[in-house]
Design a protein around this ligand. Structure first.
Ligand SMILES: [Fe+2]
Ligand SMILES: [Zn+2]
Length: 320
């Protein structure tokens, strides 16, 4: 049977070259393809130090394919940390089906590593560039916590513009699904962020909301919701720019959900430099025994014990 299948589906010609790259642990091939190891259920970079047998390996072009086939990232070569290619492509390659499922299940979803070390470093370095920002908020003055953040202006950062426009497109299907399930009387969210921004502007919300937050020892962010007026896009994204354990300790990203007549539930999202999470801004629908009910979400950051923690926040509605 298998001999017959092999006749019908001959090994793709590029697979020999791919296997050769795996055999010499060729780091220059990282990102070009991934090896799925059937015996362990993990997928690897070509440069992985692991030594699978040829007959147990098949190749895929994207991490999304490996994950869709049920493979987990290898703990040794950490394929999920590999960052290359255009930012748009990286966003496209996120396993969105799985992210949508997680958002519906618990109101937040890890999106994996999205920004390179260099991009994180350039955003952190840019924090000092006044020309990129429209305003700076010292959190203590408003009772928000301890720490500081800066809102980007319109021309603030190319990385942020790409993230905001592209992530919006990916999250809009969930936003529209929630609109229907929560029976909200709002027009569906348009497919393009530029169109959505026009709607924000008509509601008087014209100022961009992406921001960088900076925390030092003892700083924290109280549980809150990023609402800036009546126009709300129900999901937002945060990307940590510093490495936990190396650049800072403490400073966990914390979320709570409040269901009707229940006590709050706390959730802590795993953080890693350059990795993103998507989460509900305020309300999300939950399927109950008597139909859909609303759960309120809040998010914040626990005390930073030491070091410096920078985080990029991408909010899709604009501010008044
Ligand atoms: Fe926030
Ligand atoms: Zn590996």
């Amino acid at each position: 049977m298998s001999a017959h299948l092999r006749l019908v589906h001959p090994t793709p010609p590029q697979d020999d070259a791919r296997w050769a790259a795996v055999e010499r642990r060729d780091a220059s091939a990282d990102g070009a393809f991934w090896s799925c190891v059937k015996t362990t259920g993990v997928y690897c970079r070509p440069s992985c130090a692991g030594r699978p047998k040829r007959e147990n390996v098949f190749f895929v072009e994207t991490r999304g394919e490996a994950e869709a086939a049920g493979f987990r990232p290898c703990k040794r070569c950490r394929p999920e940390r590999f960052v290359s290619g255009a930012l748009e492509t990286r966003i496209d390659e996120i396993n969105w089906a799985r992210a949508h499922e997680a958002l519906n299940l618990r109101g937040w979803a890890p999106l994996g590593r999205l920004l390179s070390d260099e991009e994180c470093a350039s955003l952190i370095a840019g924090y000092k560039e006044d020309a990129q920002y429209r305003s700076t908020v010292v959190m203590r003055r408003h009772g928000f916590g301890e720490g500081e953040y800066r809102y980007f202006n319109e021309s603030g950062s190319e990385i942020v513009s790409v993230l905001r426009a592209r992530l919006y497109e990916k999250l809009t299907p969930v936003a529209n699904e929630w609109l229907t399930r929560l029976k909200q009387q709002r027009a569906p969210y348009p497919a393009k962020h530029s169109a959505y921004r026009k709607r924000c502007a008509m509601a008087g919300q014209k100022r961009p909301t992406p921001l960088i937050l900076k925390y030092g020892p003892g700083d924290y962010n109280r549980l809150h919701q990023d609402l800036y007026g009546g126009e709300v896009f129900p999901l937002q994204v945060a990307i940590v720019l510093s490495q936990p354990g190396r650049n800072f300790s403490g400073g966990e990203f914390v979320m709570t959900e409040q269901a009707p007549r229940r006590q709050s539930r706390a959730m802590v999202a795993p953080l890693e430099k350059g990795s993103a999470i998507a989460f509900a801004v305020n309300e999300r629908p939950v399927e109950g025994a008597h139909g859909v009910y609303r759960v309120k979400m809040r998010h914040g950051v626990s005390d930073i014990r030491d070091g410096e923690r920078y985080c990029l926040g991408v909010i899709f509605h604009d501010a008044a």
